[in-house]
Design a protein. Sequence first.
Length: 115
Amino acid sequence: MAYIDGFVIPVPTASREIYRAHEEKWWPSFRDMGALTLVVGWGDEVPPGKQTDFLRAVAAQPDETVVFAWMTWPDKATRDAAYKTMMDTVEGVEMPFDGRRMIFGGFTPILTAEA
């Protein structure tokens, strides 16, 4: 069964192209380890909420934009193996965002609908 990784990341607004290039650079590695798709969305309508919201979830600063992204995998085992390999690869790599404020999780789909 398919598996989904979801991410919400605060990225400096001025670094949009740097961040896009970063994701583009790493995509072939994930694809070669079995990832099926990657979607990266740059926030353009991320309103503050009354109880909580994306902005507070990542402690976004005024000069940052919230990025919402997800990657699909054929199954959780493929994703787990890829992440084990990737963690050894990214040691010491500088990220164009504050990874301490990234939220992420793995999800098992319970509904998929398409037009």
